[in-house]
Design a protein around this ligand. Structure first.
Ligand SMILES: Nc1ncnc2c1ncn2[C@@H]1O[C@H](COP(=O)(O)OP(=O)(O)OP(=O)(O)O)[C@@H](O)[C@H]1O
Ligand SMILES: [Mg+2]
Length: 257
């Protein structure tokens, strides 16, 4: 079984939470599953930029990315956040390897929209490296950074990155671990099941905003592109990885129709 788990930045910001998730992923990996992890780091990025007096601006849930921001993306996402997670997964007993989409053409992007600067849309994903690593027992940990056709570097939303890598690699399971119980409705109640059409409605009506808008857009792309379902769950719930992979109906399930 090939599984791609995307971990949101908030879950990795605290050492206890990071180690807890790492232990859970190590347990899944020990069952023989081929696991690749993609991670975000929105919270860490905002804090790093704030400390340098830079205010973050978002358009449709995506961070407007200047030259200065892309440099921070490399330092924070590809640097600190990635290495800390690799260290935690290593301690948990896996042979984790830190990567970005730049490595071996794992994710090649082009500019998504001039308004967003260096925000990339992944156009190709070469999963050769993932196959090589997972077949040899390594656990790839991918920061959401992609390479461009001219050697430039793009900031890719973590969820879009996860979907691009998942589609290229041909996963059986795609799970987004985040900091909320799932997709919440206007009354803040968890929605157990959504179709791609429902997701568009939630975005249109503004119920799903910010990071969730980006997440649902990514989920729509995944299910439209042949991924059977995308599962969005709260990463801090006890034993979450095991429960999700055992088939428990947790969080929000997104399907095509
Ligand atoms: N309808 C909604 N239901 C749930 N969360 C929502 C909704 N609308 C907006 N959100 C926001 O979306 C956030 C989740 O997206 P966010 O991008 O912050 O996390 P992430 O994708 O897990 O992490 P990262 O961006 O670091 O990878 C929630 O914390 C919440 O504030
Ligand atoms: Mg996000």
């Amino acid at each position: 079984m090939k599984a791609l788990i995307k971990i949101g930045g908030t879950l990795l910001d605290n050492a206890d939470s990071r180690h807890d998730i790492a232990r859970q992923i190590a347990m899944l990996s020990a069952t023989g599953a081929q696991v690749t992890v993609v991670h975000g780091g929105g919270k860490q990025m905002t804090r790093f930029l704030e400390e340098r007096g830079i205010q973050s601006t978002f358009v449709r849930g995506l961070r407007v990315t200047t030259e200065e921001t892309i440099d921070a993306v490399l330092k924070v996402l590809a640097g600190t956040v990635n290495s800390q997670l690799v260290a935690a997964l290593g301690l948990a007993g896996t042979r984790a390897v830190g990567l970005t989409g730049i490595d071996a053409g794992l994710a090649t992007a082009e500019q998504l929209d001039a308004e967003l600067g260096f925000v990339g849309r992944v156009i190709t994903s070469d999963s050769g490296l993932l196959n090589t690593l997972t077949a040899a027992g390594f656990l790839p940990v991918v920061a959401c950074v992609a390479g461009g056709l001219q050697g430039e570097v793009y900031n890719v939303n973590g969820d879009s990155m996860a979907v691009a890598v998942a589609s290229g690699w041909g996963v059986d399971r795609l799970v987004f671990m985040t900091d909320v119980a799932g997709v919440l409705d206007a009354d803040k109640q968890r929605i157990p099941l959504l179709t791609a059409e429902d997701c568009l409605d939630l975005i249109r009506t503004g119920v799903a905003a910010g990071g969730m808008q980006a997440k649902l857009n990514a989920a729509i792309e995944a299910v439209s592109g042949g991924v059977r379902e995308v599962r969005i769950v709260k990463g801090s719930e006890p034993d979450i990885v095991n429960r999700v992979f055992a088939g428990e109906e947790l969080g929000t399930k997104v399907v095509k129709a």
